[in-house]
Design a protein around this ligand. Structure first.
Ligand code: ATP
Length: 278
């Protein structure tokens, strides 16, 4: 047999449990065990294809996500163990985040989450995105639904389906993009840069203090576009620390990307606020 690389596995090396963690666009995510590495993992599995072309697209997307994740190594970024693609359904094995997506966690536990915990979600996620940018990666789909929590509530940036290794990416075709989180320049000029991630990260901060509510909930695409065109951005609720509210208005939800801060500035600002909260 052809030897497999260190991140390719045979299906019989993975023991799937019945515990379902979630459901993505392409299939279920289940708890499993990577026997050869003696570690519990989350297994994203492609559902059985309806047509051959969907299979091919699905596999390409799964491999894209795996390739992006493979080069990343940071405590606030979801780690991947590898893939098993020699049989169907194909698997992508990643670090198990047993507290699930931050969005659901916020919705379920909002009554008991402390201010320190919320700030920790903001800080950990910001460090993860800062690291992606240091690796010249743009995430393009930042939202609390794409941040996972480990058993000890460490946030991990995940879902690299739209991520690009680039400092500037211009969208050529009308592909599906998350309108609720878009910066003005993405909306108007179809441009993605680390600064457009910074704008989306502002929405992540907003979601954390709104307990997992979606930005512009109940509004349709054209209404949201009109608001952004008028430069009417989200406002953090009074539940957020005042310093953070001011910081987001002054540095994050800023129309001109040149004047918008970097993820490093966000990390430093939140670290400073954290010292005050403790
Ligand atoms: P979508 O595009 O609809 O957001 P997707 O196809 O990208 O979904 P994921 O978001 O990766 O799929 O996974 C779907 C759900 O499965 C997540 O919202 C989360 O609840 C769960 N999940 C995914 N990966 C993990 C993991 N490593 N640990 C724990 N739960 C996970």
């Amino acid at each position: 047999p052809i030897p497999l690389s260190s991140w390719e596995f045979q299906h019989d090396e993975i023991e799937l449990s019945d515990r379902k963690l979630g459901e993505g666009a392409f299939g279920d995510v289940r708890v499993g065990r990577l026997k050869t590495k003696k570690v519990d993992v989350a297994v994203k599995m492609l559902k059985n294809a309806i047509t051959e072309s969907t299979t091919r697209d699905q596999v390409i997307e799964l491999l894209h996500e795996a390739r992006m994740m493979r080069i990343l190594d940071h405590p606030n970024v979801l780690r991947t163990y590898g893939i098993a693609v020699l049989e169907e359904p194909q698997y992508l094995m990643s670090e198990l985040c047993s507290c699930g997506a931050l969005r659901e966690y916020l919705k379920e536990h909002h009554a008991t989450i402390t201010m320190a915990e919320k700030l920790n979600f903001v800080l950990g996620s910001a460090r993860g995105v800062e690291y992606l940018h240091s690796q010249k990666m743009i995430h393009r789909d930042l939202a609390v639904r794409n941040i996972l929590l480990t058993e000890d509530k460490t946030p991990k940036v995940s879902d690299f389906g739209l991520a690009k290794i680039s400092e500037r990416y211009e969208m050529t075709e009308q592909c599906k993009i998350p309108v609720r989180y878009l910066s003005p320049e993405t909306l108007e000029h179809f441009i993605f840069t680390p600064k457009t991630d910074v704008f989306s990260f502002g929405c992540v901060i907003w979601e954390i203090y709104e307990n997992g509510q979606q930005p512009h909930d109940g509004k349709n695409g054209p209404t949201i576009r009109a608001l952004i065109r008028k430069r009417e951005f989200l406002k953090l609720s009074a539940a957020a620390p005042e310093e953070l509210r001011k910081f987001v208005v002054d540095k994050v939800f800023v129309s001109d990307p040149e004047n918008r801060c970097t993820m490093t500035t966000i990390v430093q600002a939140v670290e400073k606020i954290e010292k005050g909260v403790k």
